[in-house]
Design a binder for this molecule. Structure first.
Ligand code: UD1
Length: 422
């Protein structure tokens, strides 16, 4: 039997929670380590399956991995001798595409199957390829395997057609050891990109401008050893903030960078959630039933409202008085959670890339199927606010990005049972 989560409704999150390291940063930092032949220590890694899979991939490629603690790894990259990551592991996570940039940078060659990950509609990688080609790589797709090869990577001036987190990081990885100067324009500005750039620079790379529209990289001959602490996960933080707002509990979200959550904080305030903000914490204050307002939410690349919290926000807005509109501008078909939320009685109408949510109607427990990571997490919040019992199947999607979600919520006084499986 597959594992599922059983959740009784009408539970409030209460207490305080420390936020883990950022998934989307960690899944790029580990592949980035392949660019050095020395040793690296990475701290504040989240304990999630995407990280376990990436660690397995690094081992297969020849890295020596030492587990230093639950959240830190030591890597000795001197023995890495393969540019062919194993297909069975690569197709388990989206972020395996970062092995393209890092192995191309290190060996001038990579053979890799197309990455797996959440089905959020079409997720092309044409901008990554455009960047690699501009740096001098030949690209071939043979029987589903992407083969990239370059005699020598050379710095280039690249203008991205679309603002893409993945393409920005991947091209940055490939350019670090390329000869000469690379300029990448119209890049994404997510904090995770800045974190990866900081790690690369700690290893001796010369990356400037991460966090702005233009990244400039002066190629260096080799990278050295480094130690790096991954930044806090703003999406995990947002998840617990929205859960508190939806369930009406008071929760202190600790060890975060509130600046990274500006768009989320602004939107929560707009719908009437009380918040106090500190240097590295956010307090979501208790709110009474029926006091949330409707709002319009538009997802955008950072610093806009994150698409990764769109499903959670949708659940929150089912509690608001009046009608809200969510427009998804990043992944136009990221709405697979709607049919499941409708099973709970949510009144949501989808038109193109906009969803209209008629708030103020009670949700009831149902059997739900998580089909992607963030949608799955939003079902947990929906289950907590609903009447009766909810079963969530497809927990493996949630486990890719949230560390033992039932334990995390248990620390906030909420009971979630994991049943089935071994
Ligand atoms: C990353 C995050 C994911 C988040 C997303 C948007 C990781 C591992 N994942 O995904 O959690 O939801 O950013 O914040 O960090 N696109 C193209 N061509 C490309 C690349 C992207 O058309 O070559 C499109 C995508 O289909 C999408 C948009 O650009 O519509 C943004 O995608 P992108 O920022 O690349 O997302 P990911 O890196 O896949």
């Amino acid at each position: 039997m597959q594992q599922c989560l059983r959740i009784c409704g009408k539970q409030k999150t209460q207490g305080s929670i420390r936020i883990n390291g950022a998934k989307n940063s960690a899944v790029a930092v580990l592949p980035a380590a392949l660019l050095t032949e020395k040793t690296v220590k990475v701290e504040n890694l989240p304990s999630i399956t995407d990280i376990y899979r990436l660690t397995d991939i690094l081992s297969v490629l020849g890295a020596k991995v030492s587990i230093l603690s639950e959240t830190s790894l030591g890597l000795d990259l001197s023995g890495v001798d393969s540019f062919c990551p194993p297909p069975g592991l690569v197709n388990q996570l989206r972020a395996s595409y970062y092995l393209m940039g890092s192995l191309l940078g290190r060996f001038g060659r990579v053979d890799i199957p197309m990455p797996g990950g959440c089905d959020l509609g079409p997720r092309p990688i044409d901008q990554h390829i455009k960047g690699f080609s501009a740096l001098g790589a030949d690209v071939e797709l043979e029987h589903g395997v992407m083969k990239l090869q370059a005699r020598k990577l050379k710095g280039a001036h690249i203008y991205l057609d679309i603002v893409s987190v993945g393409a920005t990081i991947n091209i940055m990885l490939a350019a670090v050891l390329a000869e000469g100067k690379t300029i990448i324009e119209n890049v994404a500005k997510e904090p995770e990109i800045v974190d990866v750039a900081n790690f690369l620079n700690a290893m001796g790379a010369r990356v400037r401008g991460a966090g702005t529209d233009v990244i400039r990289i002066q190629g260096v001959k080799e990278l050295g050893s480094a130690e790096h602490i991954v930044i806090p996960d703003r999406i995990e933080a947002g998840t617990f903030m929205i859960a508190a707002a939806a369930t009406g509990g008071e929760v202190l979200v600790k060890d975060v960078i509130p600046k990274h959550l500006d768009a989320v904080i602004a939107k929560l305030k707009e719908v009437g959630v009380g918040l106090d903000i500190g240097l590295d914490w956010v307090l979501v204050k208790e709110s009474g039933p029926g006091c949330l307002l409707s709002s319009d939410v538009k997802t955008f690349p950072y610093p806009g409202f994150p698409t990764d919290l769109q499903p959670h926000m949708m659940v929150l807005l089912t509690r608001s008085q009046g009608t809200s509109l969510i427009t998804e501008n990043v992944f136009e078909r990221r709405f697979r959670h709607i049919d499941e939320l409708k099973k709970m009685g949510a009144r949501i109408k989808l038109e193109g890339r906009s969803a209209m949510i008629e708030g103020g109607h009670e949700l009831t427990g149902a059997n739900l199927q998580a089909m992607d990571l963030r949608g799955g997490a939003s079902f947990v919040i929906a289950a907590l606010i609903s009447e009766g019992e909810t079963l969530i199947q497809g927990v493996e999607h949630i486990d890719r990005g949230y560390e033992k979600i039932e334990d995390r919520f248990a620390s906030l006084g909420v009971r979630i049972e994991r049943i089935g499986g071994i």
